[in-house]
Design a protein around this ligand. Structure first.
Ligand SMILES: CC(C)(COP(=O)(O)OP(=O)(O)OC[C@H]1O[C@@H](n2cnc3c(N)ncnc32)[C@H](O)[C@@H]1OP(=O)(O)O)[C@@H](O)C(=O)NCCC(=O)NCCS
Length: 157
């Protein structure tokens, strides 16, 4: 579901908790609530039984959609939620005509890099210990939908 400003305010403690092991700058309440172009239309949050399990925060930057932060609660990892959240941001970008998606990831963050590569992102630049990755929103929508379908097929076998 969309991560609106209202939901971010309501769930900020839980968002910070899930985000605690993200490498790099620690996000505070002001980071979560900071208004950016398109942020509240593009960002996504996933819940189970009313409890936040994961998020993807994105905004418009020039002609691209930049993904600032993705996180999934530790027990919920490895079940396709990260891919679904990034796919949902790509879907929202597609709904407004499609866009280049960009993100930066720590080069030591192998699970995150594996996730982004599985969704069609490729490294376009390496700056210090950060990789800049790009993908076209349509590619990410298709890759995420394929992974959801594959998981569903595996679970019914
Ligand atoms: C990165 C992160 C969001 C992945 O979320 P997730 O829900 O576990 O990811 P998914 O289950 O959707 O995985 C999708 C694909 O990513 C890859 N992947 C994800 N975690 C992986 C891991 N630990 N090792 C190898 N590949 C991995 C796989 O290709 C996987 O597809 P598969 O399950 O069909 O093999 C999660 O590990 C996380 O929250 N990490 C801490 C926060 C963070 O580092 N965020 C990124 C900052 S830019």
């Amino acid at each position: 579901m969309p991560l609106t400003r209202h939901k971010a305010l309501r769930w900020v403690a839980r968002l910070c908790e899930i985000d605690r092991d993200t490498l790099g700058e620690r996000w505070t309440t002001s980071h979560w609530l900071h208004d950016l172009p398109g942020k509240w239309e593009l960002s996504r949050v996933a819940t189970a039984h009313g409890v936040v399990q994961g998020f993807a925060v994105a905004s418009r930057k020039a002609n691209a959609v930049h993904i600032h932060r993705v996180g999934v609660d530790t027990p919920a990892r490895g079940k396709g939620l990260g891919a679904a959240l990034v796919g949902s941001v790509a879907n929202a970008a597609e709904a407004t005509g499609g866009a280049l998606l960009s993100l930066k990831v720590d080069a030591r963050n192998h699970p995150a890099i594996a996730l982004y590569q599985a969704l069609g992102f490729a490294t376009v630049q390496s700056v210090g210990d950060q990789l800049l990755m790009h993908a076209v929103s349509h590619t990410v929508v298709t890759a995420a939908a394929t992974r959801v379908a594959e998981r569903a097929a595996r679970s019914t076998r």
